[in-house]
Write a protein that binds this ligand. Sequence first.
Ligand SMILES: [Ca+2]
Ligand SMILES: [Ca+2]
Ligand SMILES: [Ca+2]
Length: 280
Amino acid sequence: MAPKGSQLQRDMKISDAFFEMEISKLNINVSQMFNKINMSLADFTLELSQLKTNVSQLSIKVAMLEKQDVELKKELADLRNKFLVTNREIRSILADLMTEISKLKKGGNYTEPPGAAPGQEWDHVAPYDIQILQVPEEDEDCSSGHGPIKCQCPAQWKRFRQSCYYFSSVRKSGAEAGRSCATNDAYLVVINGAEEQMFIRISAQNTRYWIGLNDTTSEGDWCWADGTDYSSNLKFWRTGEPNNQNDEDCVVMEDTGEWNDEPCHTQQYWICEKSAQPLP
Ligand SMILES: [Ca+2]
Ligand SMILES: [Ca+2]
Ligand SMILES: [Ca+2]
């Protein structure tokens, strides 16, 4: 029987050989793993560098777009301003034209051409004022000197300049219409000039409305609902009006925009006007 020591030595040698083999396998595996990691790392570095390049190119593009955006916004603002200025100028020319027509008629220097329909003289301006007034109304300063503070109107009321207007959806007599406005701290619309006349005519959309003019107190003495002076104010009577034909003391704006006196008891739509208020 071999001594125990030599058996142990043999066993240890076998174990050593086994471990060496395992370590060598492990080494190979580890080295393969490192190779793979190195390759992945190289790929990753390449991708990262490409990504950085892409990001930098994108940043340049974004910066360019932002610059273009600023320039376009500025151009748009300039164009809008120019458009508003032109629009204001055209509106003013139209208002002058209407004022001239109104004065000619008042002075008796205007005669309708033979065969012309009543109100045809206004047709010269009619095609333009609709387009002009379709432009959104510019903000108006309601601050009375401590502003600027934008003007506002109640719901259901339209704003033009510094006034608010209510167009009724039912009909009433002239007196009832006036009372209805009064309950809303307003009065039947007072037309102070050509631009307001234009605005009312277009907003009325071919419907007849009571306006705030009457001669109920004394025949032929026309009074505006808010006390505005009648004689110095512009007039847009239809040719031949006011005629008091059927005891007519109240006034409607016809679908052409011209004024006509009508019996106050007739039922008509009506327009109220009151001052716009500063935004709170
Ligand atoms: Ca007015
Ligand atoms: Ca009358
Ligand atoms: Ca009449």
